[in-house]
Write a protein that binds this ligand. Structure first.
Ligand code: SF4
Length: 241
């Protein structure tokens, strides 16, 4: 069955962002629904996969058409964008309008991600933990297998397309919350990512804006982690936000 962008359930749009794809001026489209239930989710209203959208794709294209020449890119975010079958047609349409395409994903659906990657120019991929530690963060069995398989796919595509007209760029991101990981665990995760071939890693301190309550009791909002012994030297690009 052929899917169409108008099937998308869109929870919101940011008309102008310089942070959702670092270095690019982008509009960000937030898609409803996520199969996981991370305890620190900063946007829990977007988790429910049955919830209706609040904007139509026509609303988004109107906005994009007004910004041709002003914006570089469209970033599809969520929730989990790969959950919706209208994603790829929407990406194709964004490209047809002349925009680069960015994707935020946590990688829960490797097979769907594989189909989307040919239409993506940049991926912000959440890798939340080592494969074995995932369920404690997402609340879902096998989430680690899917996320790390998605990482393999992103890295393979970036190598495959290196030097082509449309290379695939990416950033692996890890949100750190002291109830999910400690400094030693984060260092171990960094080493595993480097072993896998990751060259760009961003560590993001947890922020409690928009999260559910109560969160697991922790000493502070992420400051309990020192983040001073991370293997930055293993990455071509490394940042702490
Ligand atoms: S994967 Fe992202 S959107 Fe989904 S529950 Fe986790 S933090 Fe929230």
């Amino acid at each position: 069955m052929e899917h169409e962008p108008r099937e998308l359930r869109i929870a919101g749009v940011t008309a102008f962002s310089t942070v959702d794809w670092p270095g690019m001026m982008a509009a960000t489209v937030f898609l409803q629904g996520c199969p996981w239930d991370c305890f620190y989710c900063h946007n829990p209203a977007l988790i429910d996969p049955r919830a209706a959208g609040v904007l139509s794709w026509a609303d988004v294209t109107d906005l994009l058409c007004d910004r041709i020449g002003l914006l570089d890119a469209v970033v599809f975010s969520g929730g989990e964008p790969t959950m919706q079958r209208g994603l790829i047609p929407a990406m194709k349409m964004a490209r047809a309008l002349g925009f680069e395409v960015g994707l935020h994903t946590a990688g829960p659906y490797p097979s769907l991600l594989a189909k989307a990657l040919p239409f993506v120019d940049w991926v912000g991929l959440d890798i939340k933990a080592t494969r074995q530690e995932y369920t404690g963060v997402t609340g879902r069995a096998r989430s680690g297998d899917n996320a790390w398989r998605s990482l393999e796919l992103v890295l393979a595509h970036s190598l495959l397309r290196a030097g082509t007209k449309r290379p695939l760029d990416y950033e692996v991101r890890t949100t750190v919350h002291p109830a999910a990981i400690d400094d030693a665990g984060l260092r171990e995760l960094g080493c595993r990512l480097a072993e896998a071939g990751v060259e760009s890693w961003a560590v993001q301190r947890f922020r409690d804006t928009g999260t559910r309550s109560p969160l697991p009791r922790v000493d502070a909002d992420g400051s309990a982690l020192r983040l001073d012994d991370l293997p930055a030297e293993l990455f071509a690009s490394f940042s702490i936000r």
